[in-house]
Write a new protein. Sequence first.
Lengths: 238, 260
Amino acid sequence: MTTPPAICCALLLAAGVPGAFAATRPSPAPPVAPTPPCCPAEKGSGGSAPCCPAEAAPAAKTAAPCCADAGAGAPLSARSLYQLEAQWTDDAGRAVSLASLRGRPVVLAMIFASCEYACPVLIDDLKRLRTALPEPSRDQARVVLVSFDPARDTPEALAAFRVRLGLGATWTLLRGAESPVQELAMLLGVKFKQDARGQFAHSNLFTVLNAEGEVVHQHAGLLGDISPAAKVVASLLP
Amino acid sequence: MLTAALLGGALLARAEDLLPPATPGAGMVPIPVGDYAPLLRTKDEPARVPVAAFWLDARPVTNAEFLEFVRAHPRWRRSAVSPLFADAGYLADWAGDLELGPKAPAGSPVVRVSWFAARAFARAQGKRLPTTAEWERAAAAGISGPEGAAEPGFNATILAWLARPTPERFPAAGAGRPNHFGVRDLHGLVWEWVDDFNTAMVTGESRGDTGLERTLFCGAGAAGIRDTSDYPAFMRAGFRSSVRANYTVPNLGFRCALSP
């Protein structure tokens, strides 16, 4: 990756100028601190079982309606990304809503299948993260890749991508319409821009969501130390 | 574009999406087909990017207009909005959920609105937010011609505004001088959201989380910059790259656009 020192400096200077600019936030919001899993599922009861059995339920301090049956239509917490109501399509052509991911931790990244460089590396990072998770519960964490290239990433293209990169059953590949893709990217803080050749410049960023779909951790950059992220995901596993 | 917004409208998709498109002309002015010179480009990209004809609000959206919107769409009221979609400063100048108060005159531009809220407002009118290219295309116009840079004092006037602190209360929207296209207050009143602000990737790159095209920023720092003297354009690019979609800012408002 090349770095553009002069450009950055100019713009950072701009951010320091008083007057109309003064109200600008200094930088994007910091990643949300990891929170403990709100409702560890009962051992052996499977990931989709109702969590927080009555006798174990602490007086819920957080506003999050964490102790309801996942998917039973309990209200989503105010910070849940699963408020996004869009329909997505997976690489098998099935309709998927983000809310259907509720109940288990999710590692979410945005990619495009014809990416020449960064996305395969990002996916390698996600594979390393998966490997760093404790075994038998590793597969309880879903890895979700959402394409920001709906024009080219048809279900077929994503299916081919799955094969090419050897992604197993715990990986979900989604495409959606332009508008929800943009909204999801905005919520995650993912920036992307298509260039004249059709390639995308984009953030290399993945996000850890808890069972409620709230952002609990973000990891920026490629080929970095994924152990902090792995620790967070592991803490969310049943 | 509008069709895409209507079909794809997901998150904010509600009954308001089913409204017919607004009639262009109601407070909107036509911007003829033209082009836009991006501040940053790769060496493979053309210096000027074509911009299709579109309609643009002649002035920024006002507090009164936004109040009407939140009345009709309770989920966008200050007390009800999700923190995902608007931060704690959302509409903070208003006296209450449905009360403007002394700091937010009815005719002044609404500020402290997030991108999500601005977009929802636009949808409710059957409109959308302008793209960066569209906004910059309209804002590049001077008073007497389509090329403001060719007019003496054009940049100096903008810079003078940028040097002034944000006022306690904004003057009325639409009081500025109309530009060549008849659009007012693109400069001199508030900053404005654009639909694709997250394509400005400069801050991300400096934090190292953005896989920018290897050719986009090569070698000499400002080599890819269109016009290094266009300081206001740098500032707008810096602003866009520094905000997130749920941010609300005391001098950031918006106006709507529409494809013909």
